[in-house]
Write a protein that binds this ligand. Structure first.
Ligand code: C5P
Length: 422
């Protein structure tokens, strides 16, 4: 008989009351900083901004101080020798900060940080930051500059000395050329800050665990231009991958074709068909601690894939189908006792009994029963209603939730399952 497990409090991972110090250098990517400050303030973080002299040419002090609701810092020397707090402001910011983010970090400032030069507020604060605090450096510059031997040497040194370097992305650069040098978008930077600050403090049981998440639909080719698929958007799987990464897990996200950005800190593998997903997943079976099957894997694929485009010669046509491999069941068949297999059971009609059957048949540790209603729960929409059933028969009903929040709640249950050791 299933038991309802008690409601545990949902602890949203947020930056509320955290002190975020933002060092901004003089690069064109500085235009993204006002938006980043807005995102951080939305999470109720305290934000202080330091500008280098060159940065003042790209973003205005007025914009940044208005958004951060704090004066912007630039000068290492006091504005007035009569204001006591000003005497030591070059060290006070390093003491204040829970995390120091340098974005964009130019080649010049990166070199200064490496050499210990501290001739401005940004570099002096770097030296006075408490050593255990996260230091995130977002280099952004021209592709050739980024690839240059000195920049690479300096970044390697910073990485060896406690900084997290977030490599720039590829895409269009200010020069009009394409290359590696673009700073990630503010949403992504904000997520990374959250991971760095809350991930370290959360003490999550998922910290350091290796987690594989499958997501999205698969496409099964009929010919070169047509396929069989489903309406899965991948949102639930991506939300789980993002939430697990925030808790400090090493996440591999194996996804079918979707239109979603890669969550911060997640290793993404794109596949198309169920067979490709199966192949990619199998490589990770031995090393993963938790396997979450959130993908809507097509159960069947066309027996023959026809090259080119099938011509319409008759009024009807038949396509023979064969069964696809079950990726999740494949994992649980070989899993060791410390490994967890977690699945979803999306049902358009029926009841929780189907989910319990799948939990047993596929030898899962946890299953999320997902009653599809096409409006608030199921494919494509941003919300979900999940009922979680674990291998011990405990049942937890979640209310209608945003998929991000549903993912957090689901991981809370996974953590409980790990801690209970049953
Ligand atoms: O399709 P079904 O209801 O059996 O899916 C249940 C679980 O199994 C889901 O978590 C899904 O991701 C996984 N699955 C899979 N490979 C399949 C079919 C389902 O991994 N071929």
């Amino acid at each position: 008989m299933p038991r309802i497990i008690e409601e545990e409090s949902y602890t949203a991972m947020s930056l509320k009351d955290k002190n975020i110090l933002l060092g901004v250098c003089g690069g064109i990517a500085a235009y993204k900083i006002p938006m980043l400050i807005r995102l951080l303030k939305k999470q109720e973080a305290n934000v202080r901004v330091i500008l280098t002299q060159a940065a003042t040419r790209f973003v205005t002090e007025l914009t940044l101080s208005t958004l951060s609701q704090e004066p912007v810092l630039k000068d290492i020397f006091p504005d007035s020798s009569s204001v006591k707090e000003d005497w030591t402001k070059h060290i006070s910011m390093g003491e204040w900060a829970d995390a120091y983010i340098i974005a964009p970090a130019t080649a010049n400032t990166i070199a200064k940080l490496t050499a210990g030069i501290c001739d401005d507020m940004l570099t002096a604060s770097f030296l006075t930051l408490r050593p255990e605090k996260p230091k995130l450096i977002f280099p952004a510059m021209d592709g050739e500059m980024f690839a240059s031997a000195s920049v690479q040497r300096n970044l390697a040194w910073l990485s060896e000395n406690g900084c997290t370097i977030i490599n720039p992305e590829s895409g269009e650069l200010a020069s009009g050329q394409c290359g590696t040098g673009r700073m990630p978008e503010p949403e992504k930077i904000s997520e990374m800050i959250e991971t760095a600050v809350t991930g370290n403090l959360a003490g999550s049981t998922l910290h350091g665990k290796s987690i594989v998440v499958t997501a999205g639909p698969t496409r099964e080719k009929i010919d070169d231009v047509r396929f069989i698929s489903n309406y899965s958007s991948g949102k639930m799987g991506f939300a789980l991958a993002a939430a697990a990464a925030k808790r400090g897990a090493a996440v591999t996200l194996i996804t079918g074709p979707v239109h979603l950005p890669t969550p911060a800190g997640v290793n993404r593998l794109d596949v198309e068909s169920a067979s490709e997903m199966d192949l990619a997943a199998k490589k990770h079976y031995p090393s993963c601690d938790i396997f979450i099957g959130a993908a809507a894997v097509a159960d069947y694929r066309p027996m023959n894939h026809v090259a080119g485009k099938i011509k319409k010669n008759s009024t009807a046509m038949e396509i023979g189908l064969v069964r696809n491999p079950d990726v999740l069941a494949g994992f649980s068949k070989q899993k060791k006792t410390h490994q967890l297999a977690i699945g979803f059971s999306l049902e358009t009609a029926g009841n929780i009994g189907y989910a319990i059957e799948k939990l047993e048949q596929k030898k899962l540790d946890l299953i999320a029963y997902n009653a599809y209603d096409g409006k608030t729960s199921g494919f494509e929409v941003d919300t979900n209603i999940l009922t979680l059933i674990d291998r011990n028969g405990n049942v937890k009903e979640l209310p209608l939730l945003d998929k991000q929040e549903a993912a957090e709640r689901m991981l809370n249950v996974v953590e409980k399952l790990i801690s209970s050791g049953k």
